[in-house]
Ligand binder design. Structure first.
Ligand code: SAH
Length: 325
């Protein structure tokens, strides 16, 4: 039994069955605080870890927004859940090239990942939550961050909980599931309010769907394979598909402007990833095959290109970010 499972069983014994939301929050807090889950030796691989081209496209999109807003000197780069800091390093390299000299603010709770981020972006400042980000125009990105925030599940209007049954953890009910994520919507609303007050743009990239729907999307991943959600609490990555319609609604409620939701493949292509791949291949002919494979993985519909979606939230006073036509 994992240390967290022991603690959760004691909690269920004392309080009764716990919600899926409380379970997911406890599992992910423990999981991220105790390891670097990324890469071949870890549990999963993310887009910025596949190729520098991903972070460079994010940097180019943010740089374009910043220049069109008149290159405000007060703007800062910000990121939610920056993993190993690879995306931040790649995006900042592009941003610096266009004259952006602002600070980097990283929202990260995991001490293990903060250490990796410090190696990648030594000059950054760290935050436990987005409330302490500076009151400045934000050039923000969140890749695979919203999917890790806890969700609630409902079966016929009743919130689904986790109990102990026959000596193991079990859901208290099954059936047609509807998911909502108050934590996710709160984060988007808070951020959108900041963009309205201070200016800026936020790019959300995640796997999920453009329209709200029914169904159980809670999943566990460990060692690059799907696993059972209730197995080994705290030792596997728990995520759910992001409902981008709910994200857009939360941002609009706070007065921010939102772009349409597009697929990652289309977004990267519109930002010019193919030209970037060709240029990288030209200067690194010995890596041409790897670069082609990375491009395919990031953009092809049967890889990450279609399942992953992108949407931007921005100040109504800033122009619409590129890539969403
Ligand atoms: N964006 C990175 C990592 C994605 S994994 C990449 O694309 O590679 C999820 C990240 O979100 C990790 O850095 C994790 O520690 C962080 N995270 C998860 N829940 C969080 C929370 N509630 N507050 C801040 N960071 C969180």
């Amino acid at each position: 039994m994992t240390p967290l499972e022991r603690a959760l069983r004691e909690r269920i014994q004392a309080e009764g069955p716990i919600t899926v939301e409380a379970f997911m929050e406890a599992c992910n807090d423990y999981y991220y605080a105790t390891r670097d889950p990324l890469g071949a030796a870890g549990d999963f691989t993310t887009a910025p870890e596949i190729s520098q081209m991903f972070g460079e496209m994010v940097g180019a999109a943010l740089a374009d927004c910043w220049t069109r807003a008149g290159s405000p000197g007060s703007a800062v780069y910000a990121e939610l859940g920056p993993g190993r800091g690879t995306l931040a390093a790649d995006a900042l390299r592009v941003l610096r090239f266009t004259g952006f000299a602002g600070a980097a603010h990283l929202v990260e709770t995991s001490p293990v990942l903060r250490k990796a981020q410090k190696a990648a972006v030594p000059c950054a400042e760290w935050h436990e939550a987005l409330e302490t980000l500076p009151s400045a125009p934000l050039l923000l990105v969140a890749n695979e961050f919203l999917d890790a925030l806890p969700i609630q599940q409902f079966v016929h209007g009743t919130e689904r909980r986790i109990a102990t049954a026959a000596g193991s953890l079990a859901f208290d009910r099954d059936g047609d599931i509807v998911e909502i994520s108050p934590a996710r919507e709160q984060a988007v609303r808070d951020l959108a309010a900041r963009l309205v007050s201070n200016g800026g743009v936020a790019l959300f990239i995640d796997y999920g769907h453009a329209r709200s729907g029914r169904g159980d999307t809670l999943q566990a991943v460990r060692g690059h394979r799907f696993s059972s959600v209730l197995a080994d609490p705290g030792e596997q990555d728990l995520t759910s598909h992001v409902d981008f319609e709910a994200v857009q609604r939360a941002a609009r409620d706070a007065g921010a402007a939102v772009t349409p939701v597009v697929t990652q493949g289309r977004w990267l292509q519109q930002l010019g990833i193919e030209a970037r791949a060709q240029s990288l291949q030209g200067s690194n002919p010995e890596r041409a095959g790897d670069i082609e494979a990375a491009l395919h993985r990031l953009t092809a519909a049967d890889q990450m290109g279609a399942l992953f979606k992108v949407a931007a939230v921005h100040s109504p006073e800033w122009s619409v970010p590129a890539g969403f036509e």
